[in-house]
Design a binder for this molecule. Structure first.
Ligand SMILES: *Cc1c(COP(=O)(O)O)cnc(C)c1O
Length: 375
């Protein structure tokens, strides 16, 4: 039995006919960019995230970029974020000529440590970008408190966390902006690239809308320099179908996570494998498990071993951003963010997609046990 890291086809098959008819609907109208499907999705995602406004954009990366643009971030400004994230979080800061300033993460959650943020705030700090990594919310109550005390804006990178909660509040609805990605491997995936910005601030929403279409308002009159950050109607129509299934998929992911927890425990592997940290749901936490990430010391060997057994895994992310070549000019070095650096050597994401079966999961855990027996 092979167990892929992701099986988009298995997740898609049960909804194929619904998706096909949504696509037909767009073909019938021949309206391909923005329009009624995008507007409907914007309202639905805003509602789902419990934010007031949604603005459909071309990707999660562009959601981050246009949010920072709307806050007027540019040269001379500093933006605090985590070095343990996907490149796009930091790329957005750099592309605007602002300086990314890193703060280390919490060992248990892999998310920004509020205390570390406070240590690096200066009078140039204009924004903080917490990332809700793997589908678990960063400590938003603490981060918002720090931001408010210093008069700093927060842009949430919620690309991996649609529907996640902390303090019974949804990812994306805490800060000035929340940014979602509809990249196909995210929990709510389009047929290609897509994204969404949500906000509770009407003026900021209007600004993002204008920036999304080259800063044009009214048409062909430009007060701002924006870009082409528009979302396609085809993606919106398909996402609207998929959104109706999202809670059920999230539940399946959570059940898969529980099954892994149980199996790793029953197989006596807890001295070899660190399971994802569990926060009590009673405190208003909702982890949506975009990834189920274990920590192991011999991570690279285990990854190769599992591959030979037909099991797909991935490392998110092998090189923390402060050590990336393109950010060498920032002057960071090995040892600056030890928690992130150790995490990048130990994390391994296992298959967790909704259609994964218990026997596939048992195959994965069996193979992990065999690895430790053999080595
Ligand atoms: C996927 C992702 C992005 C970028 O989203 P795209 O839609 O691929 O541009 C940004 N940040 C994080 C944390 C992501 O996982």
């Amino acid at each position: 039995m092979t167990v892929p890291l992701l099986d988009l086809k298995a997740d898609f098959d049960p909804i194929a006919s619904e998706v096909r008819s949504a696509i037909e609907g767009v073909l019938d109208t021949q309206r391909f960019i923005l329009g009624p499907e995008v507007e409907a999705l914007e309202q639905e995602i805003a509602g789902y995230s419990r934010a007031s406004y949604g603005i459909g954009v071309s990707s999660g990366s562009d959601a981050l970029l246009v949010s920072l643009m709307a806050l007027g971030i540019g040269p001379g400004d500093e933006v605090v974020t985590t070095p343990f994230t996907f490149f796009a979080t930091v790329g957005a800061i750099s592309r605007l000529g602002a300086r990314p300033v890193f703060a280390d993460i919490e060992e248990k959650t892999f998310n920004l440590a509020p205390g570390a943020i406070e240590d690096v705030i200066t009078d140039k700090t204009k924004a903080i970008i917490p990332v809700h990594l793997y589908g678990r919310c960063a400590d938003m109550p603490a981060i918002m408190k720090i931001a408010d005390e210093h008069g700093i804006k927060v842009v949430e990178d919620a690309a991996q966390a649609i529907g996640a909660e902390i303090n019974s509040t949804r990812a994306g609805s805490f800060g000035a902006f929340g940014c979602f990605s509809f990249f196909p491997s995210k929990n709510l995936g389009a047929l290609g690239d897509g994204g969404m910005v949500v906000t509770n601030d009407r003026e900021l929403a209007d600004r993002v809308k204008v920036l999304r279409a080259h800063g044009s308002k009214p048409k062909y009159y430009h007060k701002l320099v924006g870009g082409n950050f528009r979302l396609d109607a085809l993606h919106a129509a398909v996402l609207r179908v998929k959104l109706k299934h999202l809670d059920q998929w999230t539940l399946a992911r959570q059940e898969n996570a529980n099954a892994y927890d149980r199996m790793f425990t029953e197989f006596g592997l807890l001295d070899k494998v660190t399971l994802p940290y569990r926060q009590s749901a009673g405190q208003g936490n909702r982890h949506i498990f975009n990834q189920y990430v274990i920590r192991v010391e011999k991570r690279d060997e285990l990854k190769i071993y599992l591959k030979e057994r037909g099991i797909g895994t991935e490392v998110y992310y092998p090189v923390p951003l402060h050590l990336q070549e393109c950010f060498r000019d920032l002057g960071y070095k090995q040892g600056d963010f030890p928690v992130s650096e150790t995490a990048s050597k130990e994390v391994l994401a296992l298959p967790i997609y909704p259609a994964l079966t218990q026997s596939q999961q048992a195959e994965v855990v069996n193979a992990v046990r065999d690895f430790f027996l053999d080595s």
